[in-house]
Design a protein around this ligand. Sequence first.
Ligand SMILES: Cc1ncc(C[n+]2csc(CCOP(=O)(O)OP(=O)(O)O)c2C)c(N)n1
Length: 328
Amino acid sequence: MTATLEVDPTTDIDPQILLGIYTIAAKIKMYDDTYISMLQTGKATGMYYSPRGQEIIPSAIAQVLTKEDYVLTIYRGIHDQIAKGVPLRELTAEFFGRVGGTCKGKGGPMHVTHPESGLIVTTGVVGSGLPIANGVALSAQMRGTDQVTVVNFGDGATNIGAFHEAMNLASVWNLPVVFVCQNNQYAEYTAFAQGTSAAQITDRAIGYSMRAFHVNGNNPVEMYEAARQAVDAARTGGGPTLIEADTYRFRGHTPQDPMEYMPKEERAAAEAADPVPALRRRLLEEGIATEEQLKDIEDAHRAEIDDAFAFAEASPQPDLSELHTDLV
Ligand SMILES: Cc1ncc(C[n+]2csc(CCOP(=O)(O)OP(=O)(O)O)c2C)c(N)n1
C-alpha cells in the first residue's frame, strides 16, 4: 500500500509548540543527568537505561496526546514516562524500589505503570509491548472512545516476531495505535546494519499495508508533524501508523558499558548536534523565548527533580508482608 512518507523539516509550526517540546525535553535531560551523577556517586543503585539523546521524540509526541491517551514504553523509557506526565516523585521512588513508587516499589524500573497518567505499562522483554499495545488499542476501539495508543520500542525490537505479528493484526483490525520505533542505531552492543536486514525499519510497514513516516527524531518539527498526522489518523478511524524516528543513544546500553563498539567520530558528531541545546538555541534565535523565561523553566525543573529524588530516598522499601499483595 504505502511507500514511506517524509515530513518537510521547514513545515510551519506554532512557536508555542516548539516551546512546549523544549520544556519537556529539558526536564528529561536534566533528570537523566541527575540520575547518572547519582549512580556515579553511589547515591542511586539498581538498573538504569539512559535515553539521553532521544528526548525530542516523546516531547513532540506529548504535544498531540491527551491525558486519556495511552503510552507504552520499554526499560529505556524514562523520557516516555516523564513526557506522559507520570509524577516525578512516584516515578523516582519506583526506580528506587520504594513504597512511594507508582507500583509501591514492586515493579521497579522495568515495569513502571501509572494508569492515571495513561502510562499503561513498561516492558523489559524486547518487542513484547507491541502486542500489548494492540490489546489496549482494541479496548478503546471496542469501547468506542477516541483514545490513541502509542507504543515505543527500539530498532532491535523490530527483529522480534512480536513486532511483525502486532503490525499485521493492527493493520487487519485498523487499530488506533501508533508504533514508534526510536532508532538509536544500536541494539545493546550491535550496530543497526549488523542486526537488521532492512535498510530502514519503515520498509517493513509496506508488507503490512501500513502508513509509515521516517523522520529525524531529533528534529522537533519533523517529529511533531509525523506524530500529529499519525495520532490524528488513529483518532479518526484511519488506523495504525509506524513512525521510525532516527536518533542516537549518547550513553552506553547500561551506565557500566564502556561503549567501545561506537565509533568515536560518530559519537562526537552526535553529541555536537545534541538536540536539546540545539532547540534551546533555536528558541532564543527566533525570539520564541527569552533567556530569562528559559531559565525560569529550567529552575522549576531543577526544584521538581531535587524534590523527587529526596522523596524517593526518604521512602522506605516495601515490607516483606507486601510480597503477595497486588497480584492478579
Ligand atoms: C526477548 C529479549 N531478548 C533479548 C533481551 C536482552 N536485551 C535487552 S536490551 C536489548 C537490546 C534491544 O535494543 P533495541 O530494541 O534497539 O532498544 P534500545 O535498548 O536500543 O533502546 C536486548 C537484546 C531481552 N530483554 N528480551
